[in-house]
Design a protein around this ligand. Structure first.
Ligand SMILES: *Cc1c(COP(=O)(O)O)cnc(C)c1O
Length: 368
């Protein structure tokens, strides 16, 4: 099959993973692990500790694993880290902020909605004003729908000043962007074991500050199988309240080792930045326009671009997926919802050599 083209995924969820992650499924079938037995506890301990250690947060935070994707972590944090009556300020300027609002409303949380156009930086004076009437605030860190970063440190400083709880969606920023949870005053994080960590999208994680976790022992239950305090207690003891796939936990373990060999989150950030430098210079050389929003830095996982005049997303995606260039084809990604008529997105996540992105620029030039 040597002449089958290699697929390069320029999407943010399914892409090539480290060899060590791929190796797990090849040997696991001969040595399955019982998810409650004595072999499971050391693996679970290592992974839960590894997740917080990779974020430099082991002193103040605990990691809790869940079966599911990033959205599962959103539901778990909203349903477990807030009391039913707490008023939640939702700052939303993209598709995933919309999801936080939707989930909070489904849980019956009293919400204060600060809605901005997609990509637009929240106004800190307005945040401070709205915080006065809230008990907690939730915001996305890496805004995947616009490929920009929200000012988490600034919102965290306001939350600290006024004694409010800060919930952060770090699903697309954990392990790839500079993050200081303690300095930013983050109480709980909705995470992922897939995106920046490079494992499969079937296990996810939440990161909860120890003081909040202690409080949560007294919160009445709201989400049947996503109760983080109960799950944490079971995981500390080496189990899980429900069935959890130990193979997936081993894959996260392998992904953490791969991250460590790349120099941890700082190393991966540098690797993604090197890709962005080549790609963004290349896009501009091809006359493409990068979507930028005042005061909002670009994410290192990808770039949103305007669809060039006379082109359509579908036509570009189709040609890039089928025209073989230097042995490679490329899967690109549309923009979300109301942005998809004007923009498309190119992510640079996963295990690919820099060379793959140089070839991509060639392929893109041919399509344009
Ligand atoms: C990917 C992502 C999610 C979760 O999406 P899933 O569909 O559950 O994978 C949530 N928030 C952000 C910022 C994301 O990038």
């Amino acid at each position: 099959m040597s002449n089958t083209p290699k697929v390069v995924s320029l999407t943010p969820a399914v892409f090539h993973l480290p060899a060590a992650v791929n190796a797990v499924s090849r040997s696991y079938g001969d040595n399955p692990i019982v998810p409650r037995g004595p072999k499971f506890k050391p693996i679970l301990d290592r992974v839960r500790h590894g997740l917080v250690a990779a974020l430099g947060a082991e002193a103040d935070y605990e990691a809790i694993l869940l079966t599911g994707s990033g959205s599962t972590a959103i539901a778990a944090v909203l349903g477990s880290c807030l009391r039913r009556e707490e008023r939640l300020l939702v700052i939303r300027n993209g598709a995933y902020g919309d999801r936080i609002l939707e989930f909070a409303q489904a849980l019956g949380q009293p919400v204060i909605d600060y809605e901005l156009p997609y990509g637009v930086r929240p106004d800190m004076a307005r945040v401070e004003e709205l915080l006065a009437g809230a008990d907690a605030v939730a915001m996305i860190h890496g805004g995947t729908s616009t490929c920009t970063l929200n000012p988490m440190a600034e919102v965290g400083a306001l939350a600290r000043k006024h004694g409010k709880k800060l919930l952060m969606d770090g699903i697309s920023s954990l392990f790839v962007e500079p993050i200081d949870l303690a300095a930013w005053n983050v109480a709980a994080v909705m995470g992922s074991c897939n995106k920046g960590l490079h494992s499969h999208p079937n296990l996810t994680c939440t990161i909860v500050r120890k003081d909040l976790l202690a409080d949560m022992a007294t919160f009445p239950s709201r989400t049947p199988n996503l109760e983080l305090h109960k799950t944490w207690q079971k995981q500390v003891a080496g189990g899980h309240p429900y069935t959890m796939d130990p193979m997936s936990v081993l894959q996260v373990d392998a992904a953490l080792s791969a991250l460590a060999t790349e120099g941890g989150a700082a190393g991966r950030h540098a690797m993604y930045q090197a890709r962005c430098e080549i790609l963004r210079a290349g896009y501009e050389a091809l006359g493409l326009k990068i979507a930028r929003f005042e005061g909002q830095p670009l994410q290192s996982i990808g770039t949103m671009l305007e669809i060039p005049a006379g082109n359509s997303y579908e036509a570009m995606a189709d040609k890039l997926a089928t025209n073989v260039v230097d042995g490679r084809v490329f899967e690109i990604y549309s923009a979300q919802g109301k942005l998809s008529d004007r923009y498309f997105r190119l992510f640079n996540m996963g295990e690919y050599p820099l060379e793959a992105y140089r070839v991509f620029l060639k392929a893109l030039a041919q399509v344009l």
